[in-house]
Design a protein around this ligand. Structure first.
Ligand SMILES: [Zn+2]
Length: 215
């Protein structure tokens, strides 16, 4: 795990352009080195239906939240670029380092949101990881307009997420999302990709909401 987080610090040695850390406002890059050392690893995610495996990089907590918000609501591509090396290592751990290997794709956000924000944060993550890791990236899914996920209950979240494959798919596919909470979005994406012919689907999230304490 330490090795994986060292990738953050290494990626920060060559800042693409001066930035202010989204969490502590230090000048230089976002996340800054000290914030990147404060990330907690995501917990091990249990089985999610229609996915062969699912992994998260960092815990979605008070440390990671400002960076995800910067990416999600303010379109900070540099944030995804800073996370790309660590995500690439996570992916190698999960599927092996062979290139080109499986195609990378993403679970598209709702068309309404893409129109409103002008970008899809899950696509930004997939493209930055693909570029860094030298793996192919393709849009394989469209999302039908529907209910937004934020602020909805688990039961509500499991309904109304419908992805349609754009094309037939062969071989294994890696599907990215920004945050995994219940896994409903990644599961729906996995189902659509398998229906389209994927032999295996692995979900990868930048951050995972910590499990609620038991008991
Ligand atoms: Zn910082």
């Amino acid at each position: 795990m330490l090795f994986r987080f060292r990738a953050f610090a290494e990626s920060l040695l060559v800042p693409w352009f001066p930035a202010v850390c989204a969490r502590c406002s230090a000048e230089g890059c976002s996340p800054c080195v000290s914030c990147s050392e404060a990330f907690s690893p995501a917990h091990e995610l249990g089985d999610i239906s229609d996915l062969d495996a699912v992994v998260g990089l960092v815990a979605y907590d008070e440390v990671s939240r400002p960076f995800i918000a910067d990416l999600k609501y303010r379109g900070k591509w540099a944030t995804a670029r800073a996370f790309a090396p660590a995500l690439a290592i996570l992916l190698d751990d999960c599927i092996g380092g062979e290139r080109p290997g499986p195609v990378l794709t993403w679970a598209p956000t709702t068309p309404e949101r893409v129109r409103h924000r002008g970008f899809d944060q899950a696509e930004v993550i997939a493209r930055e990881v693909g570029r860094y890791a030298g793996r192919p990236v393709r849009q394989l899914l469209d999302r039908q307009p529907g209910l937004q996920q934020t602020g909805r209950s688990r039961r509500e979240r499991s309904q109304g997420i419908i992805f349609r494959p754009r094309t037939e798919v062969s071989g294994a596919v890696i599907v990215f999302d920004d945050v995994v909470t219940t896994g409903a979005t990644l599961s729906a994406a996995g189902r659509a990709l398998q229906d389209a012919g994927a032999s295996a689907v692995v979900g990868v999230a930048l951050a995972a909401t910590p499990e609620p304490p038991k008991g």
